[in-house]
Design a protein around this ligand. Structure first.
Ligand code: NAI
Length: 296
C-alpha cells in the first residue's frame, strides 16, 4: 500500500504541543496542512511557534530559507471543523478524554469525504472504543507521535479491532515518507511505549513520595547512571502533568486497577494546582526565564 501523495490535504485538530509538532512534520514533508483548535487564538499561536522552530533550523543550517518559506506557505489555520472537510487524513491531538474524542470523530465522519482516514494521536485511549460509534469504524486508526514530534522518530500506527489493515499499511508508509520510524501496534492500553513507560514514572513517583531523594537527584541518577535521556520528573514536566496523569488513569482503569499502574497523588496535586510542567511554567521544576530549577 502506497503512502499518501504529497498533494493530500492533512487536517490536524488540537494545536497544543503535539498538534503543532505534527502539523510541522506534515508540512515539512510537502502536504498542505490545515490546523484547527477550538480555543480562540491557539492555532495561530501554534503557527507562530512553528515559525520560530523553522527559524532555529535555518540558523543551524539544517534548513534553507526557501524550504522554510515553502513549509510555512503550506500551513494554514481554519476557524471551524468544516474547514477540514477536504482532508485525506485527519490527525486528532486534543485532550486525552474518550468522550470528547468520540464526539469529535462522530462529527468528523459526517463532515469528511468517504476516503478520509481518521487518526488519533491518543497516548492510551482504545482505538477500538473510539471507532465503535462510527458508521465506518475501519477508517479509524491511531497515529501516535512522540514529544517533540518534529524530533522524535518513532510513530506507533495503532490498529483497533475494526481498523482496515490496508489503511494501517498506508499510514505506516506515510509516516516513513515523513522521515519517521513507524511500528505497527495493536490497540492495547498504552500501546507499546506508554505501557512500558508507566512503571518508570510510577516507581520514580513512589521514590519521591517515600522521600528517597529529591526529584533533581533522582533525575540526575536516571540520566547519568541509568542511561535514560531524561529522568521521570523532567520528562513528565515536558509531557505535561495533565496529559501524563490522564494517560496513567486510562491505563490503570483499562487493567482493572492493577497496582502497577496506580496514579500518583503527588502528580494529582500538581494537576489540581495547575502546575502542568513546562507549558504552565512550573511543575516539579520552575521554568522562569527559560531555566530549569527545582520548584520550591
Ligand atoms: P495540549 O494540552 O498541549 O493541547 C491540546 C489542544 O487541544 C489544546 O490547544 C486545546 O485547546 C485543544 N482542544 C481540546 N479540546 C478540543 C476540541 N474538542 N476541539 C478542538 N481542539 C481541542 O495537549 P498535547 O500534549 O498536545 O496532547 C494532545 C494529545 O496528544 C493527547 O491525546 C495526548 O495524550 C497525546 N500525546 C501527548 C504527548 C505529550 O508528550 N504531551 C505525546 C504523545 C501523545
Amino acid at each position: 500500500m502506497d503512502a499518501l501523495t504529497i498533494d493530500t490535504r492533512i487536517g490536524v485538530i488540537g494545536a497544543g504541543a503535539m498538534g503543532a509538532g505534527i502539523a510541522q512534520v506534515a508540512a515539512q514533508a510537502g502536504h498542505p496542512v490545515y490546523l484547527y483548535d477550538n480555543r480562540p487564538g491557539a492555532a495561530a499561536a501554534a503557527i507562530d511557534g512553528i515559525v520560530r522552530q523553522l527559524g532555529t533550523l535555518v540558523e543551524k543550517g539544517k534548513l534553507d530559507a526557501a524550504q522554510r518559506d515553502a513549509t510555512l506557505a503550506r500551513l494554514q489555520t481554519v476557524e471551524s471543523l468544516e474547514g477540514l472537510a477536504r482532508s485525506g487524513l485527519i490527525v486528532e491531538a486534543i485532550v486525552e478524554n474518550l468522550a470528547v474524542k468520540r464526539e469529535l470523530f462522530q462529527r468528523l465522519e459526517d463532515l469528511c469525504g468517504e476516503d478520509c482516514i481518521l487518526a488519533s494521536n491518543t497516548s492510551s485511549i482504545s482505538i477500538t472504543s473510539l471507532a465503535a460509534p462510527l458508521k465506518r469504524p475501519e477508517r479509524m486508526l491511531g497515529m501516535h507521535f512522540f514529544n517533540p514530534a518534529p524530533l522524535m522518530a518513532l510513530v506507533e500506527i495503532v490498529s483497533g479491532l475494526a481498523s482496515a489493515p490496508a489503511l494501517a499499511a498506508r499510514l505506516y508508509e506515510t509516516a516513513k515518507r515523513w522521515g519517521k520510524q513507524p511500528v505497527h501496534a495493536r490497540s492495547t492500553p498504552g500501546f507499546i511505549v506508554n505501557r512500558v513507560a508507566r512503571p518508570f514514572y510510577a516507581e520514580s513517583l513512589r521514590l519521591l513520595q517515600e522521600g528517597a531523594a529529591d526529584c533533581a537527584t533522582l533525575d540526575a541518577l536516571m540520566r547519568e547512571a541509568g542511561g535514560f535521556r531524561m529522568g521521570a520528573f523532567e520528562l513528565t514536566d515536558l509531557i505535561g502533568h495533565d496529559v501524563n496523569y490522564a494517560v496513567t488513569r486510562s491505563v490503570f482503569d483499562a487493567y482493572y486497577g492493577d497496582f502497577r499502574f496506580q496514579p500518583s497523588l503527588i502528580q494529582k496535586e500538581l494537576v489540581d494546582a495547575g502546575r502542568l510542567g513546562r507549558k504552565s511554567g512550573r511543575g516539579f521544576y520552575d521554568y522562569a526565564e527559560g531555566a530549569q530549577r527545582p520548584a520550591p
